[in-house]
Design a protein around this ligand. Structure first.
Ligand code: ATP
Ligand code: MG
Length: 485
């Protein structure tokens, strides 16, 4: 058998190569993408495979080998066409018509067992017509950080893309924000869609409403199928996108997550969270915490995220105005704050144990907790994890028991802001039956993981990789996140 025949033989058994790929985006025609080739790498070491995602693809992790991952998602053998998607975007407020997949492509689209269409998208797979001065690559640390962010956000109930694989590729890269040379990786990520706000912005820039309508029909058919057949389907799509985006940003805020680069090319048309570059989970409740070192004016700081997402939706109106009546979009966008606040309140109450909003004082409770967290530099995540771990039925009987056994309670329990919050919490709890208290205890654990990936935690798993190629701490951390701890 020749080498080519052997490879063909292996490929025909590779479960990723015999998935039922649907040419959903490809069939729209090449106005939306360029066909590209993947880079050839000197090395392929599978560093991460996300077996948790395989069942939804109809695959059994026992029957998928590491080599299958490497052949499909490191060597990119046996699959064509690979499509670099075209898009533009507002970056830090400036319109940039030079964008597009500059270090990735759409590998294929597959319907999950759940009936939804998923994109396999790459990152770090080589240069494309949109690479500009870039090398088309992803650093290994960038890959590690993106795997962790996606798994953590998923654990916290955020609608997010997730990494399916990360393969080390043996190149030396130069980056201003990492000690260089630094190692390289290629990642494959599963997402609902890689169509961005900026994909429509590009079509508007090119004055091609025909292409925008075609793409909108595709988006509605695949990601808003309940709107197919509605006479006002385009306006209804925008209305739902406003709601999905408002809910997404509320999920980030409750999770204490700062995305860092909320440019319109990083906003998904399905309302899903993706692209985890310089993100960070907030260490404490600092409204102006800014994750990207290059965000000099704190444009994308923690507290600005809802307003920025709203602004991005407003910018999208410009791109869609030839298709959707402007007044309709304005009226829908006016509902953004209401959607956002409803979702944020509901999630914050869940973090305090209430699946259902308590009848009274819930607003006061949240205001009191934010006032406390804003005033003292206590860890946002630690605070909620302490509530979950220390919660006790005694808290119903006397406010002074609340967090009395925890470090935070012991150091700040006598402060006015703590007493204000714990007094309200106690009053609400004192109306609960023992059964309700038990439920609260379970809800607390569900919504407040003890594992958090603050920057020092990420560094603590990265250091052993960088220093001695020890991946165990990283695997252990992902395992903890995935097991729901
Ligand atoms: N190393 C690189 N080489 C070439 N192009 C790059 C590189 N890094 C980023 N880009 C391009 O710069 C733009 C902005 O990058 P950004 O970091 O938002 O996206 P990304 O992380 O590459 O991908 P995605 O948004 O799909 O997660 C995109 O067009 C991206 O393709
Ligand atoms: Mg991006």
């Amino acid at each position: 058998m020749t080498l080519a025949e052997t490879s063909k033989n292996t490929n025909s058994k590779n479960p990723f190569l015999i998935l039922n790929y649907e040419p959903a985006l490809e069939s729209l025609g090449d106005d939306y993408y360029d066909e590209v080739a993947a880079a050839e790498f000197p090395l392929h070491i599978l560093r991460w495979r996300n077996d948790a995602l395989l069942p939804n693809l109809g695959l059994d992790s026992q029957t998928v080998t590491d080599e299958d991952f490497i052949v499909a998602f490191g060597k990119f053998e046996g699959r064509k066409p690979l499509l670099a998607l075209r898009y533009h975007g507002y970056q830090f407020g400036e319109y940039n018509p030079q964008l597009g997949d500059g270090r990735g492509f759409l590998y294929g689209q597959v319907r999950g067992i759940d009936g939804e269409l998923y994109d396999f998208g790459t990152k770090g797979s080589g240069r494309t017509p949109y690479s500009r001065g870039g090398d088309g690559m992803l650093t290994l640390k960038g890959g590690v950080r993106e795997v962790l962010a996606a798994e953590m956000l998923h654990r916290m109930g955020v609608r997010t893309s997730r990494c399916l694989s990360m393969i080390e590729t043996g190149l030396s890269l130069w980056r201003g924000d990492e000690p260089s040379p630094t190692r390289s990786s290629v990642m494959v990520r599963l997402s609902r869609s890689h169509i961005r706000f900026g994909t429509f912005e590009r079509l508007h820039y090119l004055r091609r409403p025909d292409l925008a309508i075609k793409l909108l029909d595709h988006v509605i058919e695949q990601y808003y199928p309940h709107l197919v057949g509605e006479t006002e389907k385009y306006a209804l799509f925008y209305a739902e996108l406003v709601k999905r985006t408002a809910e997404l940003v509320a999920q980030w805020m409750a999770a204490g997550f700062c995305h860092a680069v909320l440019n319109t090319d990083n906003m998904s048309i399905t309302g899903e969270s993706f692209d985890y570059g310089p993100y960070a989970f907030i260490p404490n409740y600092d409204p102006f915490f800014t994750a990207a070192y290059f965000d000099y004016y704190k444009r994308y700081c923690y507290i600005n995220q809802p307003e920025i997402c709203k602004l991005n939706l407003e910018l999208l109106q410009e791109a869609l105005k030839t298709v959707i009546p402007y007044n309709d979009m304005e009226a829908e966008l006016a509902k953004f704050n209401g959607y956002y606040l409803a979702e944020y309140h509901s999630l914050m109450l869940k973090k305090l144990g209430f699946e259902q909003q308590p009848e009274s004082e819930s607003q006061e409770l949240l205001e009191a907790i934010i006032a406390f967290l804003k005033h003292y530099p206590v860890s946002y995540h630690h605070f909620f994890a302490e509530i979950a771990q220390n919660f006790s039925i005694e808290w119903r009987d006397d406010a002074s028991y609340i967090l009395s056994k925890s470090e935070i309670g012991q150091s700040l329990g006598k402060s006015e802001l703590f007493l204000n919050w714990s007094g309200i919490y106690h009053r609400i709890l004192s109306n609960c039956t023992p059964d309700e208290i038990e439920k609260i205890s379970q809800t607390l654990v569900r919504y407040n993981p003890s594992t958090v990936i603050l920057r020092p935690v990420i560094e603590s798993v990265w250091e052993p990789i960088a220093q001695e190629d020890n991946w165990q701490p990283f695997y252990q951390l992902v395992q903890e996140i995935q097991s729901g701890k």
